[in-house]
Design a protein. Structure first.
Lengths: 55, 664
């Protein structure tokens, strides 16, 4: 079973840094704003992607 | 969710304001026990949870929530409140949920003149927040469909082990393990990806615009079909419930009971055989996709062998004389016959010519390897046919058995139709519903196939879009962000899949452990891919699905809940703030969990309950409590007694009511 945990870790670590950042920040945002209305969250996530993925 | 306290006021049997402070899961004393005589309000307490959280109750008779003593005391036109307040903690936040109904006494039945529902919470920073949509928040923490498994009537918990509950079980797992959070993250990212795609469309040339338009169209079509499936599944579930009710009724009718029980057994065998046939089909697909090419390799293998054999017979491979040997003779300047080999001489030239005919080491090695590989291929090919033959044979035997079972099921149906008027009518209705169910099932299959094809098409279009050249700078950056969203979505998908597999595996392990402690018989329990809980007993050299009694189903359900809650707790304790999955703490609140159990199982459950969850609230009748008190007392952190005040025993009491008393 622990093998699956390692697989998740490895899968995550082999992604480009900016993708890792997007996943982490978006999941964190979902956690923090569990009770927020959804449309605003979509705007926040768009901003996260814009801030992480530059030219 | 960790329960702090509950305040109830004038709710059903409970007169005035009453409080319960739940045992905190410190050390071993994690149980709050509430005991009372039958009719003193245990079920009302359970209903207080569902009413406060979801506005629902399961009272069979009167729907009036206002305490009768309070109602009698009221003057006409005066009002009184019924309220339940629950305080709990969840993922670092402290919540207070309040539900109030205000009644006004009239000359007829009392009227509800006001209803109030509120949720406030204090976040990690100590800030108090009042929400505008309390129901949504409750649903996020404890979805309604799931709540009946954590706030449950012990005598009715048995349905969790029935297969039709698999969807609820999946949802429970997702919510408890925090997978829901990832799901939501994925959905939001998809919306954001579409925004970037739309920006790309507006900054791109006509070719890219067309690709995006096609992509939007196909996504819309997929969504239409997905929505249709959701609707059909709802209809299926309602048909299923209806069939279940007919089956229950048939079991109550004289002359139908035994046959119905036989039909249920046959239905369970049919399901089991169908699963085995599906497994064989899966194995066949795997074998054919991995080794199927060997079936057509016979001619190629034979031809290669022929060529190699000819070469060998001609002495070309392997050669009798090695290249290295000839080179050594030339270097030494002397042949094996003793003749001197001088460069340029006739003898030297003759020996040198052998170099062309001698075999090189590489060629010889290749020859030996090829020959070995050809032999392995031949063996694999032979094995392929043996495996396929075995699987097809097994499938034929199972299909034959399936046909026999279906025939027996149909015969039972025909016999029911020939039975009494009520039995005949019930069976005809059942057949009608089953046919409708099967039609819907086929429709879903067809929609899934359409979605599968459309998804393949969608992938192609997405690949085209990925390759599309963007000259405009704004289009280029929009595309880069869109692609990053796409990759993040893929990663979340893969993580979700792995995490689900991990949770299912851990659940399987834990259910087995908990189950063996709670159930006396040597049954084994398994969670299949769709999260259905299956219980087996040893049968000859194999095993057989168990037709469980109510008590056994109850134990199975408890094992599952215990395992699920335990894994969520394990995750919560181990996880760091930065982890993608947080897990969580879930209490179990159960009313009369010992009702359908024999004394031995009662005792086992009593011993096993403390380890089922972090926090447990148990409501039992006084007589049941007497039977388990010695087993459970070491784990009791809070004890309450429901004192029932009976006017027949005390003239000063005007009307019956219950008060909650803490036992210190």
């Amino acid at each position: 079973m622990e093998n699956k945990k390692d697989m998740i870790k490895k899968l995550f670590e082999k992604q480009p840094i900016e993708v890792q950042k997007i996943v982490k920040e978006v999941v964190q945002l979902e956690n923090e704003h569990l009770h927020e209305p959804r449309p605003r969250l979509t705007d926040d996530i768009e901003r996260i992607v814009i801030n992480i993925v530059k030219d | 969710m960790l329960l702090d306290s509950m305040t109830i006021q004038n709710f059903r049997q409970f007169y005035g304001e009453q409080n319960i402070f739940f045992a905190k899961p410190d050390g071993a004393k994690n149980i709050t026990i509430i005991h009372g005589e039958n009719g003193s309000g245990k079920t009302a307490l359970l209903n207080a949870f569902s009413w406060c959280f979801y506005g629902e109750t399961t009272f069979q008779n009167s729907q009036l929530l206002l305490n009768e003593k309070k109602l009698l005391e009221l003057e006409v036109d005066n009002t009184a409140d019924v309220s339940v307040i629950i305080r709990f903690k969840d993922r670092g936040k402290k919540y207070t949920v309040t539900r109030i109904q205000t009644y006004q006494k009239t000359k007829d039945s009392p009227l509800i003149i006001n209803e109030y529902f509120n949720l406030e919470y204090i976040d990690e920073s100590g800030k108090s927040i009042k929400t505008t949509n309390p129901q949504r928040i409750i649903e996020q923490i404890m979805p309604r469909t799931m709540s009946s498994y954590f706030f449950f009537d012990g005598e009715r918990i048995d349905n969790l082990s029935k297969n039709e509950r698999a969807k609820d079980v999946q949802l429970a797992i997702k919510t408890i393990m925090g997978l829901e959070m990832m799901d939501r993250a994925k959905k939001h990212l998809e919306q954001v990806q579409k925004r970037f795609r739309s920006k790309l469309q507006s900054f791109s040339g006509p070719e890219t615009q067309l690709i995006i338009e096609n992509l939007n169209n196909i996504e819309e079509k997929i969504k239409e079909r997905q929505d249709e499936i959701v609707q059909i599944e709802k209809n299926q579930s309602s048909l299923n419930n209806h069939i279940f009710q007919i089956d229950q009724r048939l079991k109550q009718l004289e002359g139908a009971k035994e046959l119905q029980e036989k039909r249920e057994f046959l239905e369970s065998s049919r399901k089991e055989i169908n699963e085995k046939i599906d497994e064989i089909k899966r194995q066949l697909v795997n074998i054919i996709s991995d080794h199927g090419y060997l079936a057509y390799s016979d001619a190629a293998i034979r031809k290669t062998k022929e060529i190699l054999e000819q070469k060998r017979q001609k002495g070309e491979i392997p050669s009798g004389i090695k290249e290295q040997f000839v080179q050594d003779l030339l270097a030494r300047g002397q042949c094996i016959c003793g003749e001197t080999l001088t460069p340029g001489s006739r003898h030297y030239h003759e020996v040198e010519q052998w170099l062309e005919r001698a075999g090189s080491k590489e060629l010889e090695d290749t020859f030996i390897n090829t020959f070995a590989k050809i032999s392995t291929l031949e063996q694999k090919r032979e094995q392929l046919f043996i495996d396929i033959k075995r699987l097809v044979n097994d499938q034929m035997i199972l299909s034959q058995r399936l046909r026999e079972i279906i025939q027996q099921i149909e015969e039972i149906g025909d016999e029911f139709e020939r039975g009494s008027e009520e039995i005949g009518d019930l069976e005809r209705k059942r057949k009608e519903l089953s046919t409708e169910y099967d039609t819907l099932h086929q429709k879903i299959g067809s929609l899934h196939e359409q979605i599968r094809q459309m998804n393949a098409e969608k992938q192609q279009i997405e690949a085209e879009l990925k390759k599309a050249q963007t000259l405009d700078e704004k289009a280029r950056i929009a595309k880069k962000r869109m692609d990053a969203c796409g990759l993040a979505i893929e990663v979340i998908d893969q993580i979700l899949l792995l995490q689900s597999e991990y949770v299912r595996g851990r659940l399987q392990e834990r259910i087995g452990e908990v189950y063996s402690k709670l159930l006396r018989k040597g049954y084994t329990v398994e969670l299949d891919e769709s999260y259905s809980i299956n219980v087996y007993k040893p049968f000859g050299e194999g095993r057989r699905a168990v037709d469980m009694s109510t008590g056994e189903r109850q134990v199975t359900s408890l094992s599952f809940l215990g395992a699920l809650v335990d894994i969520a707790r394990e995750q919560a304790e181990k996880s760091k703030a930065s982890d993608l999955f947080q897990g969580g703490i879930i209490p179990i609140v159960m009313d009369s969990p010992f009702g359908s159990l024999d004394p031995d199982h009662q005792s086992r459950i009593a011993e096993g309950i403390p380890s089922l969850a972090h926090q447990i609230v148990v409501m039992v009748s006084s007589s049941q409590y007497a039977g388990i008190e010695s087993k459970i007392t070491p784990f009791v952190g809070k004890e309450y007694k429901l004192n029932y005040f009976d006017p027949r025993l005390n003239e000063s009491i005007t009307h019956e009511f219950t008060a909650i008393e803490e036992v210190k």
